[in-house]
Ligand binder design. Structure first.
Ligand code: KIV
Ligand code: ZN
Length: 511
């Protein structure tokens, strides 16, 4: 048996099902490109029948991403399969992922059916999908709680029908590692045609065992792992890509390898966290802010003598910076450039670097130290000159006072200001911005995160706005929460191309 483990990334499908983590097609394309660069073998790009947005994303990713297989999910339903095949028409390596419930919970309660009937439906779905593409993955939903003898019968039947990959999901995150490993071994030993398909592990993390179960699966003969960046996914999430990749790298005794370029893990973790507005818990294995930060005196001493005394992985192998705290107000432009390049902001022109450095100094002034999160948020505000920038902000608010904001914007070379009252200081400031630019903007979503570094607090604000039925997202960061909010609002507004198309003077004169 080949020792290669195939990485099937489902960040854009199972990961994206998390409430509040929905991405637009552009964001999905950006993540898909980075997954390709990371070296994943399969990208599950969406569930095309579920929404026009999902359909469009599968089409767009199929056009742009060429090395990995592009996979689309379906139920065991002919219409789903037809729509998935249509969405995959531009894919160089298309795969349809179809399936049906395998546990008695699903068979009896979800489908009100029988074991024989669900096998027949699964087989029919695989045969139907085979009319459109060669590569068919079959999922036996809730296989974790399914009877192994029945599961083996189902898997044998779908392989005979043409399935090239058989996915054994622990949909509810129920299994113990030994139990899941034995399930995979049972299938290898009891499915007569198992050598004609790859067994895939798809584990959820409800009891915190997704990675352990996945490793048990591949140790017992599975050769594909279904994972997400940062372990994002429904409920407690899916198996995290970075954990499995680093287990394979760290435990050479497993004698398994993958195509993953682990040095690209950390930047992609940051990108996914930022785009999905899903912070990574600080103690998250491999990619958490504290995963390589040694704070106790004894540990620091040990690390200084020899890193291996307390580190089983080299942070650089994962693309993690050597130090969690990286820059201060005393850091120079070269240091900033170095860290920006490390985070993927390459090829900055001299002018862009000067602007970035000015922004950095402003930020570092209000904070003791600036970390990767801060830099990424800072860069999201664009390095190049924004069409509309915040020049000055003053707010008056408090008990029994109508919240009032005076905003001064720099639009091109012109300065324009307005004062507005609102139902709160943020609302007042945003209304003042609207009044200056003379546009009807709807605030669809507003999210604040605080990033507490010792006694210094930074507010990170994310907004989603709507203008002429199109949505735009923006980020802002500042030590002042209202300033961060206005920056995020302007960041989103600057993405409205119709607004940029207007000359600056037109915007100014209109007011
Ligand atoms: O968890 C699960 O069972 C799934 C299937 C649709 C593959 O996500
Ligand atoms: Zn799942």
């Amino acid at each position: 048996m080949d020792n290669k483990v195939y990485f099937f990334d489902t960040t854009l499908r199972d990961g994206e099902q998390v409430p509040g983590c929905q991405l637009d097609t552009h964001e999905k394309i950006e993540i898909a490109k980075q997954l390709e660069a990371l070296g994943v073998d399969v990208i599950e790009a969406g569930f095309p029948i579920s929404s026009p947005g999902d359909f469009q994303s599968v089409v767009a990713i199929s056009k742009v991403v060429k090395n990995p297989t592009i996979c689309a999910l379906t139920r065991a339903v002919e219409k789903d399969i037809e729509v998935a095949a249509e969405a995959l028409r531009f894919a160089k390596h298309p795969r349809i992922h179809t399936g049906i419930g395998a546990s008695d919970y699903h068979i009896k309660h979800k489908f009100n059916s029988t074991r024989d009937e669900v096998i027949a439906r699964g087989v029919a779905a695989v045969k139907y999908a085979k009319k459109f593409v060669e590569d068919i993955e079959f999922f036996a939903e809730d296989a974790g709680r399914a009877d192994n003898v029945f599961l083996a019968r189902m898997i044998e039947a779908v392989i005979a029908a043409g399935a090239t990959v058989v996915n054994i999901p622990d949909t509810t995150g129920y299994c113990l590692p030994e139990e899941y490993g034995q399930k995979i071994r049972f299938l290898r030993e009891n499915v007569s045609n198992i050598d004609k398909a790859i067994i895939s592990c798809h584990c959820h993390n409800d009891l915190g065992m997704a990675t352990a179960n996945t490793i048990a699966g591949i140790a017992n003969g599975a050769r594909q792992v279904e994972v997400t960046i940062n372990g994002i996914g429904e409920r407690a999430g899916n198996t995290s890509l970075e954990e499995v990749a680093m287990v394979l790298k760290t435990h050479k005794s497993l004698d398994l390898y993958s195509n993953i370029n682990t040095k690209k893990i950390y930047p992609l973790s940051l990108l996914v966290s930022k785009m999905m507005r899903m912070p990574v818990q600080p103690n998250k294995a491999v990619v958490g802010r504290n995963a390589f930060a040694h704070s106790s005196g004894i540990h620091q001493d040990g690390i200084l003598k020899n890193r291996q005394s307390y580190e089983i992985m080299d942070p650089e192998e994962v693309g993690v910076p050597q130090h969690a705290i990286i820059l201060t107000a005393r850091s120079g432009k070269h240091a900033l450039k170095h860290h920006l390049e490390r985070l993927g902001y390459n090829n900055l022109s001299k002018e862009e670097l000067v602007i970035a450095y000015q922004k950095f100094l402003k930020l570092a002034d209000g904070k003791k130290d600036v970390n990767d999160d801060d830099l990424i948020l800072m860069m999201d505000g664009k390095v190049t000159h924004s069409a509309i920038e915040l020049n000055r902000l003053q707010v008056v608010c408090g008990e029994s006072i109508a919240p009032t904001a005076t905003v001064e914007l720099k639009i091109g070379d012109e300065i324009k200001s307005a004062s507005m009252v609102g139902n709160g200081p943020v609302n007042a400031a945003m209304r003042a911005v609207d009044s200056i630019i003379g546009e009807q903007i709807d605030l669809e979503e507003y999210l604040v995160q605080s990033n507490i570094n010792r006694s210094y607090d930074t507010a990170k604000v994310h907004v989603r706005i709507c203008h002429h039925n199109k949505s735009y997202v923006g980020f802002g960061v500042d030590t002042d929460i209202i300033t961060a909010s206005v920056k995020a609002y302007l960041n989103a507004i600057n993405k409205i191309s119709s607004l940029k198309a207007k000359s600056y003077s037109e915007v100014v004169l209109a007011n």
